[in-house]
Design a protein around this ligand. Sequence first.
Ligand code: FUB
Length: 489
Amino acid sequence: MRVPPPLPGKFRIRRFLAWVTAVLCAAVLVPAVARADNPIVQHIYTADPAPLVHNGRVYLYTGHDEDGSTWFTMKEWRVWSSADMVNWTDHGSPLNIASFSWASADAWAGQVIGRNGKFYWYVPMTVRATGAKGIGVAVADSPTGPFRDAIGRPLVSNGEIDPTVFVDSDGQAYLYWGNPNLWYVKLNPDMISYSGTPTKIPLTTAGFGTRTGDANRPTLFEEGPWVYKRNGLYYNVFAAKCCSEFIAYSTAPGPTGPWTYRGTVMPTQGSSFTNHPGVVDFNGGSYFFYHNGALPGGGGFTRSVAVEKFSYHADGSIPTITMTSAGAPQIGTVNPYTRQEAETIAWESGIETEAASEGGMDVGWIENGDYVKVKGVDFGAGASSFTARVASATSGGTIELRLDGTAGPVVGRCAVPGTGGWQTWTNASCAVTGAAGTHDLYLRFTGGSGNLFNVNWWQFGGAGGGTLIANGDGESGTSGWGVMGATSP
Ligand code: FUB
């Protein structure tokens, strides 16, 4: 049992609640074993998922609910990515309210799409000059950014939110958004301007279901549209009814309708009165992203993004999907003999992440007993060494390498020295025995009191690998994060 440490206010509430949960678990003798992998991110609250498949990875764009929020207090957007749907790399925040000189607040639900070798991120915010909601567009050369305001003003601003973007097979791009209405406009090929004027999609009960009890909103459509095409059928998956919301969908023979209501995708569940859909196909499977309030301290304004795998019915209809704490199954295994980012995580306890001076992110704010779980690591015939890139402004500590649980067998203990600074990096290495075959790897951190050290990346050496190589990495966006068995869609 550990007393929650003093922390900047930003982290205090969530970590205190995590500590309370840990104490309660200990009190009822819950064993320290492998655990669920949903929600996807545990070290911050995330909301409004928008997945994008690119070059064999799923990039996940989310909002960020501030700790202790009592409103949708959201200042930045975040990027995560995975090649196996269970271990997610934290790419930090390449876009925030300050990226848009004309915006004042509310980094709410957006979506990213790739086109012409660039990535366009459509996001709703409050327009400072009017106080109304508008939608901005940011552009980047990589899915992880950096993103910059593409036009220096709102692309559209009619007081409504939640853009979704879709490029049809004939090359015509559409931007849809709305709450309480549902709008679309045809984007030009440059993706940062449009032709014609924003048009309202008729919200009929045939198209979007029947809501009872709200004379102002006769249909179920509330917000958060997610539009895509599959096998010639156009889908609009959306947050329905308020409040609490559930996820419903409609289909159409064309991008602008006519829409037919098709029913529930995900019932109201999960301790958050909003939900928000994101749907992709990846590596031969279909995945539904959503959010809930499942983390300690979670709720309507402290939400977390999660994912489930599903299969369309033969007629193209979407099954009813239920929230789980297990999440999607892993695709392939992780190769420990290539460099892995420390911020590639299936589950963690106690850590935070931050920008690393060497590029990308590192795992920091580590205290005694904190851990990072990496799921499904294939050690092959066996590992013989471990190296981690570490930094410590104090006297360091130890990385325990455990298999299959925080109390699982220790296959190595790596001493981390003080390095003279939290961003003064050195390699710490140690011998490894007993790590062969496929296991969940737990990096469990031990030491004295207070913050111990930071970890930027790690890599094993041994039978399956060789000497340490500094290859590309997940931080750079598209290469090098080795997952054996995974293929591009
Ligand atoms: O996250 C703020 C708002 O809550 C989003 O824009 C809506 O979709 C709802 O999830």
